[in-house]
Design a protein around this ligand. Structure first.
Ligand code: IMP
Length: 181
């Protein structure tokens, strides 16, 4: 089993804390759906683990789709430009759509996706993000469901990466900018 023993990694949220919060989010999403169907759209790759857990906490008829956008690349800084790498497989017209994202940071990604998806006229469009870093916002956008609101820290684990590494850590950990390896 993979354990967080690297001395550069400090746990911010344990798997138990994440599990509790994801269950609460699932309950709230279920209540808001009022028995209607849902299309959960995960933003690859960071949201894959969150979507897998959140989907099982939502008591509704749900289907999955995934999009991929340009990401941070190998560093901790965004290039600022958002590019669609993988589009939706199916039309979301007339559907209840929930965008599932790992982190709402500058807001560039979700603003871009929201604009893009609204052009398809979904019945409803909501956003669930596991983490929110409101102090980093460039685009004015809020999520409908937020797991944890955090200060400007760089985090890894539970799907989130640094240069594609650490996604499979079960806890959300802090990465020191001085000692990224
Ligand atoms: P935004 O477009 O700036 O809101 O960026 C959102 C994306 O940036 C997230 O989906 C992550 O992929 C990435 N990101 C932002 N902050 C972090 C972090 O602390 N750790 C890992 N990835 C991050």
């Amino acid at each position: 089993m993979l354990t967080v023993t690297n001395r550069d990694l400090e746990v911010l949220y344990t798997r138990e804390q994440i599990g509790t919060r994801v269950a609460e989010m699932g309950l709230q999403i279920t209540q808001d759906l009022k028995g209607e169907k849902l299309v959960m759209v995960g933003v690859l790759k960071g949201a894959a683990i969150f979507l897998a857990d959140l989907a099982r906490a939502v008591d509704a008829e749900a289907t999955f789709d995934f999009v991929a956008v340009s990401s941070y690349g190998k560093g901790q800084r965004s290039s600022g430009a958002v590019k669609l790498i993988k589009d939706l497989d199916q039309s979301i017209e007339g559907k209840n759509v929930l965008i599932v994202e790992d982190i709402l940071d500058t807001g560039l990604t979700l603003s871009y996706l929201r604009k893009l998806f609204l052009q398809q006229h979904p019945r409803s469009l909501r956003i669930a993000t596991l983490l929110d870093k409101p102090s980093r916002r460039i685009e004015k956008i809020d999520a409908d469901y937020v797991g944890f609101s955090i200060p400007n820290l760089f985090v890894i684990g539970y799907g989130m990466d640094y240069a594609e590494r650490y996604r499979n850590l079960p806890d959300i950990c802090l990465m020191s900018p001085e000692h990224p390896e």
